[in-house]
Ligand binder design. Structure first.
Ligand code: FAD
Length: 342
């Protein structure tokens, strides 16, 4: 049920209103809250994709920036094209952006501003927060959407990305997460959003933020890199991943992996690409010694150009590859690196 009555359609009369005009009216009535992910210094790129999704709904886009000392992020968001208002909440309880502490803040903001939609990027942050908010509002959480058909109709994938599912929601407020690779990033300039401090609810105290240990790398981040080179079980050991790192250095690429490579302990699990790993859509994806199981394809098949190197000509990865090299990776990967050195 819609929260507010529809404005009068400026045409010959309700009977003549077309479906598209009605959708246009509905879009103007939307007001969407985007939950910003950041580290108090910089916005996480997936928030820009979520803002684009919010803009597609029409109506006003508000961003909630909660953190400990996040004025830099507020400034950054204020310039993002399409954001009208920023709600700011600064307090030590938002250390680590724990969903237990953020949820009461989101609920209080929603009570005050009555949003029609609440969303975040479908990262670990969004996947943690969105279902909790939806549960507290007693509405369905729509996860990992890839398209918005109408303000109440969303598309997401199911069966490891092999089927599309259209979800129509009659909930009063739609709560969803946005697949970053399915929406362009909003422009980081041209915006002029106002900001407003919101009051901070008392601490839920259900959990405590202790510390985070981040792996440091000079390489581009996996989900935002333009080139990704991923290795699978065919690499045979963690040491052999050096072949991929050497090639990645030449191409300024990120390194990813299949789940089999992660499960075998070749590389840490933050490198995993796929249904239960990260979703990537770089300009170029090079799959090395990866068979192409559907769960792996679910994480990379939207890449613009896919290259597969596999010694088995029947490997399923060749069915999605734009370029395939049937060869022994231990021979051709060092050859490629050497050629790039010239
Ligand atoms: P394999 O299937 O063993 O393939 C190895 C390939 O290397 C073979 O094709 C072989 O021909 C080739 N090869 C071997 N030696 C060489 C050589 N010298 N030169 C060239 N090629 C060589 N998988 C993911 O990747 N990501 C996920 O997120 C994921 N989530 C899953 C979720 C669920 C619920 C389930 C059930 C499975 C999931 N999987 C996922 C696992 C998936 O089904 C596959 O088991 C996995 O992707 C296989 O990894 P692989 O291609 O590296 O290994």
């Amino acid at each position: 049920m819609w929260r507010r009555a529809l404005p009068r359609y400026p045409g010959p009369g309700p009977a003549a209103a077309s479906a598209s005009a009605l959708i246009g009216c509905l879009r103007r009535l939307q007001s969407t809250l985007v939950l910003a992910e950041h580290d108090n210094q910089k916005l996480t790129p997936i928030t820009l994709n979520a803002i684009t999704a919010a803009k597609q709904l029409g109506g006003d886009v508000t961003c909630l920036v909660a953190g400990t000392d996040c004025s830099k992020v507020v400034k950054e968001v204020s310039k993002v094209h399409g954001v009208k208002k920023i709600l700011v909440a600064q307090n030590d309880i938002f250390k680590g952006l724990l969903p237990e502490e953020l949820t009461p803040l989101v609920l209080a903001s929603h009570k005050q501003f009555k949003f029609t939609h609440i969303c975040a990027g479908a990262s670990a942050f969004g996947k943690n927060l969105v279902p909790r908010i939806a549960a507290k509002l007693d509405v369905a959480a729509i996860s990992d959407i890839i398209e918005i058909k109408a303000p109440d109709t969303f598309v997401r994938t199911i069966y490891a990305g092999n089927a599309l599912c259209t979800v129509k929601s009659s909930d009063e407020v739609k709560v969803f997460s946005v697949r970053g690779t399915a929406f362009e990033a909003a422009a980081t300039d041209g915006g002029d959003a106002s900001s407003e401090e919101v009051s901070v609810p008392s601490a839920a105290g259900l959990s405590e933020w202790l510390e985070q240990n981040l792996s440091k790398s000079d390489r581009p981040e996996l989900t935002s890199a333009k080139i990704v080179i991923s290795g699978g079980r065919g690499l045979k050991s963690g040491d052999n991943f050096k072949l991929l790192y050497d090639l990645a250095d030449k191409l300024h690429a990120a390194v990813g992996a299949s789940r089999a490579a992660v499960d075998a302990g070749f590389v840490p699990n933050d490198l995993q690409v796929g249904q239960t790993g990260k979703i990537v859509a770089p300009d170029l994806y090079i799959a090395v010694g990866i068979s192409g199981a559907i769960q792996h394809l679910a994480g990379m098949k939207d890449s613009k150009t896919i290259v597969a190197i596999n010694k088995d000509p029947e490997a399923p990865i060749f069915q999605v590859a734009d370029y395939g090299l049937v060869a022994d990776l231990f021979k051709v990967v060092p050859e490629m690196t050497a050629l790039l050195e010239k």
